[in-house]
Write a protein that binds this ligand. Sequence first.
Ligand code: DGY
Length: 325
Amino acid sequence: MPPTIHVTQPIPENGLNLLRAEANVIFGPAGRSPTSAELADRVAGVDAVLCFVADPIDANVLAAAARTCRVVANYGVGVDNIDLDAATRLGIQVTNTPDVLTDATADLAFALILAVARDLKGAALLAAGGAWTGIAPTLIFGCDVAGKTLGIVGGGRIGTAVARRGRGFDMPVLYTSRTEKPALTQLGARRIPLDELLALADFISLHVSLNMDTRGLIGRSELARMKPTAFLINTSRGAVVDEPALIAALHARTIAGAGLDVYANEPRIPRELLESPNVVCLPHIGSATRETRARMAEVAACNVLACLRGDVPPNPVNRPMPRQH
Ligand code: DGY
């Protein structure tokens, strides 16, 4: 009997075709993330789960899958949606799709930098609203990007790719990271403590994964250290930022604005953020290009198939304990 793979939501065909060549593929409901209870119902008896970063793969879901399931392959790089400890204990391999989404996500972070700097939201609304009366000497003043200081929080692949884009715009780059990052040093970026970076940078771009140490990393006191002319950019995970504190800082204009792709309780975007003229909100589309999502589908499928064959997958995230059966 071919193995059964539960794919929580349809992914690009190239990935599905790889899976269908070796397995029976079943799907969850299209168009939305399943709840944990729905997932727990569906994963019992499957050999593998291919899920998306918004799917809650908690201890209950993993326990429901554990008897037969060998791998949970995340279609995405962040794995904060998966209870890694439970997966490890239950002998389930977790994998992700790093590298292939680095450029797309870095592009989007830089797009947000440009959008907030030049008030593209206000400008697009003016153009679309029909009230534009012609080019004018003081209309829609944005601020320069070239030459401004870029602060990168988190020196991994995506942070480095954003730094590279910043260098292309002649931006001095500061970064904060637990260890020195040779790739960033080579770009001329300077590693400094977070407190200093917050006080010095004009654009602060967050690129840490969400975990116990980074939840709420940017809160009231961190926002208070930022310059009133500085912008916060978040394409990592919403919960890295204390959202009420951000809303308060924006309201009080102690920071200049924010460019956000991620939120603490997705898909809910607080009204205050949506309505704030100096905030650009996007619906978590960091890796959403046709090419990137197709590469992610292939990588996620290859991870599943490797595990089903008993091989070490290309992108393991945990080291599962030996299984009892
Ligand atoms: C990821 O892969 O973690 C991204 O957030 C998906 O766009």
